[in-house]
Design a protein around this ligand. Structure first.
Ligand SMILES: Cc1cc2nc3c(=O)[nH]c(=O)nc-3n(C[C@H](O)[C@H](O)[C@H](O)COP(=O)(O)OP(=O)(O)OC[C@H]3O[C@@H](n4cnc5c(N)ncnc54)[C@H](O)[C@@H]3O)c2cc1C
Length: 439
């Protein structure tokens, strides 16, 4: 067993979308950063979402702040990573009289949140979506899109590595070292080795596990772990993302994720342990019942598999709030208020808003450690790495500085580029490396 040591300005714990964007943001500012991920990049909630780049329409009536964040980040990520996003568009569809009543509430709330919506003639909608129910009464177009989270995270982390970031996959943070009221290091294990890294700041981006990570520094963070189940149907059922025209509830979204894979979701239930989610038969039944109201063929075909993940929700502001009512916006907690300087937790939000959450967390840590202020992550392109970035990646791969799945992905990308001398190949390769059913 060997002991890994080193010094970094900032250590990010958790390699989901938030941790990856935080690492990229820090690297672009020239801050030395290490990302620790206990499994592989995007193996947590981010890699097991519904695969939707939200327009924000789903939250417009009940959670306007989350809605505004979603539409703004939807536009930023579409520019930043067009190779990870499919602009299929979405519709809100009413199949019951009470859903039709929600129509004007929805469209006015979307307008207030800056989400462009358009009523669609029902006959035209049926031509666009021939498998929808006879019961469809109205349809409203919204700019929902499909997002491939793993491609997005891998593209972002490769650029971060090219700009000097270090990444350790399979590295579990077991403890945080706090001295004189400030965090000064992280220790844990990586494969058969132990690590003991020093730092000036830590960003806790451990998603539904961030309460556990905060506890390692003696800090209490209240996380509401709300699991959601999704069902995969191995046929194309729709061309667009279809949402039930009603406030957020179970089984109200159908996503045409890839050719031959439609994902219906989701549910919401409290779990004790995010590593142990039980999928029940009734979850599948709810999805088939509710999503099947819009596309009846779904009930005939059924699901070929079910999967689940856990939302890291913020503790509700009012005691009586249901899981559906808790905000999908985010919080970035500065633990110096609880006596630990240089320690920030990012909590809540969506995959869609992960870049913004990371930017907010990085601004806070940079302010504390005196690092450069101002993020660039809303101005970069991830689909066009420069020759210089690729050269740097190649050098770091050769030097054995990368490990785990990330090294294999990068090796495949590099081999193709070396063979073809064509940078554009990075895109199809990343797409080809996508794993079935994981976003
Ligand atoms: C059912 C469901 C469907 C969803 N669908 C969508 C959707 O369609 N669109 C959307 O925008 N949002 C969606 N979301 C929300 C979104 O997926 C999450 O908000 C987002 O992915 C959270 O990202 P994260 O980086 O905070 O957490 P995660 O992706 O969970 O990342 C946290 C990481 O921390 C690592 N970790 C934990 N502990 C340690 C430790 N001690 N040491 C090192 N690493 C550690 C974990 O392995 C994990 O990889 C969905 C959520 C759920 C539950």
């Amino acid at each position: 067993m060997s002991s890994l040591r080193g010094y970094y300005d900032v250590i990010v714990v958790g390699g989901g979308a938030v941790g990856v964007f935080a690492t990229l943001d820090l690297a672009l500012r020239g801050v030395s950063v290490l990302l620790l991920e206990r499994r592989s990049i995007c193996s947590g909630t981010s890699g097991r979402s519904h695969g939707m780049l939200h327009s924000g329409a789903r939250y417009a009536t009940t959670d306007p702040q989350a809605a505004r964040e979603c539409i703004s980040e939807n536009m930023i990520l579409s520019e930043m990573a067009p190779h990870c996003i499919r602009d299929v568009g979405g519709f809100f569809v009413s199949v019951k009289p009470e859903e039709e009543e929600y129509h004007s509430e929805l469209t006015s709330a979307c307008e207030r949140a800056g989400i462009p919506v358009r009523d669609c003639d029902v006959q035209l909608f049926r031509q666009l979506e021939p498998k929808v129910s006879e019961k469809v009464r109205s349809a409203v177009f919204v700019p929902d899109k499909v997002v491939y989270a793993k491609d997005l995270a891998v593209s972002a982390i490769l650029l971060a590595v090219a700009r000097g970031a270090s990444v350790l996959e399979g590295a579990e943070a077991s403890g945080l070292k706090v001295e004189d009221g400030g965090v000064v290091g992280v220790w844990g294990s990586c494969g058969g080795d132990v690590f003991n890294f020093e730092c000036r700041g830590v960003i806790n981006a451990a998603g539904p596990w961030c309460g556990e990570v905060a506890a390692k520094a003696g800090i209490h963070v209240e996380v509401i772990p709300a699991a959601g189940v999704m069902g995969v149907t191995c046929v194309n059922l729709t061309r667009h993302i279809l949402n039930r025209m009603r406030p957020p509830s179970d089984g109200d979204i159908i996503v045409p994720y890839t050719s031959g894979a439609t994902i219906s979701g989701t549910t919401a239930m409290l779990v004790e342990d995010p590593d142990n989610i039980q999928i029940r038969e009734e979850d599948a039944n709810v999805l088939l019942q509710e999503c099947g109201e819009v596309v009846p063929a779904l009930r005939r075909v059924g699901f070929s598999r079910l999967y689940a993940s856990v939302r890291p929700l913020i503790s509700p502001s009012e005691e009586q709030m249901s899981l559906r009512e808790i905000t999908r916006s985010f919080e970035v907690l500065d633990h110096s208020e609880q006596g630990v300087r240089g320690f920030i937790t990012a909590l809540g939000g969506k995959l869609t808003t992960s870049r913004l959450i990371a930017e907010t967390a990085v601004e806070k840590i940079c302010q504390q450690i005196g690092a450069p202020r101002g993020s660039y992550t809303d101005k970069i392109r991830l689909d066009m790495p420069s020759e210089e970035d690729l050269r740097e990646l190649r050098e770091r791969l050769k030097a054995g500085e990368l490990s785990g799945e990330l090294a294999s992905t990068l090796k495949a990308v590099q081999d193709a580029i070396d063979a073809e001398r064509y940078v554009g190949l990075i895109l199809p390769l990343l797409l080809a490396s996508r794993k079935g059913g994981q976003s």
